[in-house]
Write a protein that binds this ligand. Structure first.
Ligand code: FAD
Ligand code: UDP
Length: 382
C-alpha cells in the first residue's frame, strides 16, 4: 500500500514529494497529467540553446530566507534581477512606475514638483498601490495618479482580466505599486534570481529519490474517486487509507459540484527571430497597444551567445474548464463563495490535503507556494 499519493508535479507537489521521500524516507506516488514535471515553472532549451519558460516568464524573488535556503539545496543561482519597461506614448519607461519614469514622461520642472510632493506625502522608498494613490487629496498627485491609471493600468488590466482596475480584487493591481524611489527593478525582494540551469533541472534533482515514483501523462482523477457521502477516498477501486495531497483545481476534484471556479487563461505565442536581440530588456509591457500584454525575451534572463533570439507574446483569454489552462484565479465575491464551499467539503476528508495555486485558489508566487508546502509538511505530515 502506498502511504502517500501526490497529484501534480508543480512546486507544491514536488516540494511535498521531496520532503516525504527525503525527510521521512517514505514512498510517494506522484501523478502528473502533463508529459513533464515542473507544473507552470517548466522550462526547456530551444534549438539555439536558449532557456524557454514554457508557461510564461518565471522570475524567482523572495524575502523568505528559509525558501531561498531550501531551494539552494537543489540549485546554484544566476543572480538575475528582473527589469520591465512599459511602452507609453512612444517611450519605454520603467515599471513599476517610479521617479525615473516620472522624469521620462513629464518636463523636468513639472517632474520636480511632483517628485517633491510625492516624497513629502509618502516619504522616499514607499510603495503605493495605484488605487490608493488615486484617493490622495493633493490635486497634482491626483492628476499624476489619474495619468498613471490611464496609461499603465486601464488598458493592461482590461486585456488581462477583461475588467477595469477598480472592478478586480485590489490586491492584484497592488502587486505593481508606484515606487517613490529610483529603483528600476520589478521586484525589491532581498533574494532574486533564476536557477542556473533552469527550473526543470531543479525539479529533477528534487524528485531524484527511489522512494518517488512518477506517473506522467496520467489524469489522477481517472484513478481516484472521492466519495462525498462517506468521505472516503478510493484509488483504483480500493479504499485509500494513506494521505492524498492534491495540487490541481479544487472544483475539478469535486466534479464541479458547486459549479466551476472562474480563471483567466493565456494564449502564448513564441517567436524565433533572426537577430541577436529583439528588445532592450527582458520584458516590455504594452498597456495601450496590441492585443498582447507583454513581450518577454528569454536571452535577457538566461544569457547565452546565439545569433537568434526567442520571444514570447502573452494574449490573455477567457477560460473554459477541460479546454484551457487555468493560469490565473479570477477573484470575485461569487468565486470566493464557491471556493469556500469546496474548501469546507475538502476539510471533511480526514486524509486529504490541498496545497497549491489551483487547489487553494490563490494568486501564489513561486516562493509563496514553496513556503506553504514546507509549512504543510511540518504541520500536517511530519
Ligand atoms: P502548478 O505549477 O500549476 O502545478 C500544478 C500541477 O498539477 C500541473 O502540472 C498540472 O498539470 C497538475 N495537475 C492538475 N490536475 C491534475 C490531475 N487531475 N492529475 C494529474 N495532474 C494534475 N511566480 C513567481 O514567483 N514569479 C514569476 O515570475 C511568475 N510568473 C508567472 C507567470 C505566469 C504566466 C503564471 C501563470 C504564473 C506565474 N507565477 C510566477 C506563479 C507560479 O507559476 C506559481 O506560483 C506556481 O506554478 C504554483 O505551483 P503549483 O504547484 O501550485 O501549481
Ligand atoms: N498591471 C497593469 N499594468 C502593468 C503591469 C501590471 O495594469 O504594466 C496590473 C494588471 O492588472 C496585472 C496586475 O497589475 O494583472 C499584476 O501584474 P503582474 O505583473 O504582477 O502579473 P503577473 O506577472 O502575475 O502576470
Amino acid at each position: 500500500m502506498i502511504p502517500y499519493i501526490v497529484v501534480g508535479a508543480g512546486f507544491a507537489g514536488t516540494v511535498l514529494a521531496e520532503r516525504i521521500a527525503n525527510k521521512l524516507g517514505k514512498k510517494v506516488l506522484l501523478i502528473e497529467k502533463r508529459n513533464h514535471i515542473g507544473g507552470n515553472c517548466y522550462d526547456f532549451r530551444s534549438k539555439e540553446g536558449i532557456l524557454i519558460h514554457r508557461y510564461g516568464p518565471h522570475l524567482f524573488h523572495t524575502n523568505f530566507k528559509e525558501v531561498w535556503d531550501y531551494l539552494s539545496n537543489f540549485t546554484d543561482w544566476h543572480l538575475y534581477q528582473h527589469r520591465v519597461l512599459a511602452y507609453v506614448d512612444g517611450k519605454n519607461i520603467p515599471i513599476p512606475f517610479n521617479l525615473n519614469s516620472l522624469y521620462q514622461i513629464f518636463p523636468g520642472y513639472l517632474a520636480k514638483i511632483l517628485e517633491e510632493k510625492l516624497i513629502k506625502n509618502f516619504s522616499y522608498g514607499k510603495k503605493i498601490p495605484i488605487l490608493e494613490l488615486m484617493k490622495n487629496k493633493d490635486k497634482d498627485i491626483k492628476l499624476l495618479a489619474n495619468f498613471i491609471y490611464e496609461k499603465i493600468f486601464v488598458g493592461y488590466t482590461q486585456k488581462q482580466w477583461g475588467l477595469k482596475p477598480e472592478e478586480i480584487d485590489p490586491t492584484v493591481t497592488a502587486r505593481v505599486p508606484i515606487l517613490i524611489s529610483r529603483d528600476n527593478r520589478y521586484f525589491q525582494d532581498k533574494y532574486q534570481g533564476v536557477p542556473e540551469e533552469g527550473y526543470t533541472v531543479v525539479f529533477n534533482k528534487m524528485l531524484r529519490n527511489d522512494n518517488i515514483k512518477i506517473l506522467l501523462q496520467t489524469n489522477a482523477l481517472d484513478l481516484l474517486k472521492l466519495d462525498i457521502n462517506t468521505k472516503k477516498i478510493y484509488f483504483l477501486g480500493k479504499e485509500f487509507k494513506g494521505i492524498l495531497i492534491y495540487t490541481g483545481p479544487i472544483d475539478e476534484l469535486f466534479e464541479y459540484k458547486y459549479g466551476p471556479l472562474p480563471y483567466r487563461s493565456l494564449k502564448l505565442k513564441f517567436r524565433t527571430i533572426d537577430k541577436e536581440y529583439y528588445q532592450e530588456t527582458a520584458t516590455i509591457n504594452y498597456p495601450n497597444d496590441y492585443d498582447f500584454t507583454r513581450i518577454t525575451e528569454f536571452k535577457h534572463i538566461h544569457p547565452i551567445e546565439t545569433s537568434r533570439t526567442v520571444i514570447l507574446e502573452e494574449y490573455p483569454k477567457s477560460y473554459t474548464p477541460n479546454k484551457d489552462i487555468p493560469y490565473y484565479p479570477f477573484f470575485t465575491k461569487e468565486a470566493m463563495n464557491i471556493y469556500s464551499k469546496y474548501k469546507n467539503l475538502a476539510e471533511e476528508f480526514s486524509n486529504l490535503i490541498l496545497v497549491g495555486r489551483l487547489a487553494e485558489y490563490k494568486y501564489y508566487d513561486m516562493d509563496d507556494i514553496v513556503k506553504r508546502a514546507l509549512e504543510v509538511f511540518e504541520e500536517k505530515i511530519k
